[in-house]
Ligand binder design. Structure first.
Ligand SMILES: [Zn+2]
Length: 463
């Protein structure tokens, strides 16, 4: 077998594992090991990966995605409203960073400050401001409204398009075990490496396709789909965070050395994933049938009118197959690509981002982060009866239930069961009413502080 080459330049020297989706944008790692270290891994990071990671920090931070290479979450800017006054907060890392000792927030005009009382007094003194102008408030009793600065343009930037092309190309090659450079990919390679060429990446504005992706992809997850168009060219859809779908043209026709052209991989925020790799869409039904396992002997077999009824159990999830079939229907009608920003795409994107950031996606990393940032094991729990931060109260409640159950070992199934048993669903909107109810349940229990501590310890021990 010939030596592996870089899929961009053909070198056999210093090949490395390239993160197909930049490490800073996902909790689920997928790699291509046929990329050279210097020119086509590190250089790409400089050219656009780090720019994109920085500009998307407002989202990745909220979604509790952290690059494995860095110790902390990416920082971002926000405006914090406290009792009707707005303050500018820059370089936030943790959710409550602005409450930290020594930290001071200023309003835009730089006429009013909020922060640690000793620091504020010192500032007042050095500016000759009367002590009476300094007011002390208990941070547990006030509400903070955090407004994120959403960077929409990043989704339409050249850097983003090249980033998306890189994700699609490296993924497609990995799915087909491509381990050398081929001329057939020159168009997309030139676009990724030098930004030369056009119509490689477009934003999908087709409403049916967007809806189909929305139904299948959970908030915050990434989804990649490889398919062959009516015209015979090979493409990959890239759904980023479940909020925007790009189409990437990989090459003009099916290539002998790339036999798999019906491809799917979904990477969820909680690091779980779903995937299949098939020759073409004709294989979908066969693959689906093969996922129904033979008759399961453990299952009760009732006898109806003397006929034994067998219940086939599914050995794996087929929702991806169904999703792909729905996509095929839209694809056969031809679909709308748009290369540039339109108001329609902009509005859909804003809605999707808002929905994503307002929702609470509870997973292991998010819970661990919450406990690390908010639970003070020595001082106790700062849960205020007037607090209305729904996301926090919801997690306090999960910790409370977890502490009550006090399971031997924490795992994903236990968390899912708690959510399902208490809310009857895996997905929910935390309304004002629900928020009040769960808060009351916690505060009614005289031992809630110690119970939450027990739950928090379980989360920290969760492997
Ligand atoms: Zn290379």
């Amino acid at each position: 077998m010939s030596k592996k080459q870089c899929i961009y330049c053909g070198t056999t020297e210093r090949l490395t594992e390239s993160d197909i989706i930049p490490d800073a944008l996902t909790n689920a790692r997928i790699i291509n090991d046929c990329v050279c270290q210097d020119l086509h891994n590190s250089k790409m990071t400089e050219k656009f990966e780090s720019i994109i990671a920085k500009r998307l920090a407002f989202m990745t931070n909220e979604l509790d995605i952290k690059s494995s290479k860095s110790k902390s979450y990416a920082n971002y800017s926000a405006s914090i409203e406290i009792e009707g006054n707005k303050y500018e907060a820059k370089k936030l890392k943790g959710n409550d960073d602005f409450l930290k000792k020594g930290k001071v927030l200023w309003n835009k005009e730089h006429t009013q400050a909020f922060g640690d009382i000793d620091t504020i007094r010192a500032i007042a003194k050095s500016n000759g401001i009367n002590e009476s102008k300094v007011r002390m408030i208990n941070s547990n009793d006030i509400e903070f409204i955090k407004t994120l600065k959403i960077d929409l343009e990043v989704f339409f930037s050249v850097e983003m398009y090249r980033q998306i092309a890189k994700i699609a190309f490296e993924w497609y090659c990995a799915q087909n075990k491509v381990s050398r450079k081929y001329e057939d990919f020159n168009e997309i390679i030139n676009y990724i490496v030098d930004g030369v060429g056009e119509n490689i990446v477009s934003i999908v504005s087709d409403i049916d396709i967007n809806n189909t992706f929305n139904e299948y992809c959970n908030s915050g997850s990434h989804c990649l789909v490889g398919y062959v168009s009516n015209e015979g060219d090979v493409n990959v859809f890239v759904d980023m965070f479940g909020i925007i779908v790009y189409n990437v043209k990989i090459c003009n026709n099916i290539l002998d050395f790339c036999p798999n052209n019906c491809l799917l991989q979904k990477l969820n925020l909680d690091t779980t994933r779903q995937s299949f790799r098939l020759h073409d869409y004709n294989d979908l039904p066969i693959d689906m049938i093969s996922t129904f396992s033979a008759i399961d002997d453990r299952f009760p077999q009732p006898i109806i009118n003397g006929v034994k009824v067998y219940v086939p159990t599914m050995s794996k999830d087929v929702s991806g197959h169904i999703f792909f079939m729905k996509l095929l229907r839209s694809l056969s009608n031809g679909f709308l690509k748009e290369c540039y920003y339109t108001e329609k795409i902009g509005n859909t994107l804003i809605n999707n981002i808002e929905e994503l950031l307002q929702g609470s996606v509870v997973h292991r990393k998010a819970l661990k982060r919450f406990v690390t940032e908010k639970i003070n094991f020595s001082k106790g729990i700062a849960l205020s009866s007037t607090g209305t931060d729904k996301k926090s109260i919801f997690i306090y409640y999960l910790l409370f239930i977890l502490g009550k159950q006090n399971p031997d070992k924490m795992n994903k199934e236990i968390l899912e069961k708690i959510i399902f048993d208490n809310f009857g669903n895996y997905q929910m909107i935390i309304t004002d009413k629900l928020c009040e109810e769960i808060k009351d349940t916690i505060l009614k229990d005289d031992n809630y502080r110690s119970i939450i501590i027990i739950g928090s310890k379980k989360v920290l021990d969760w492997q």
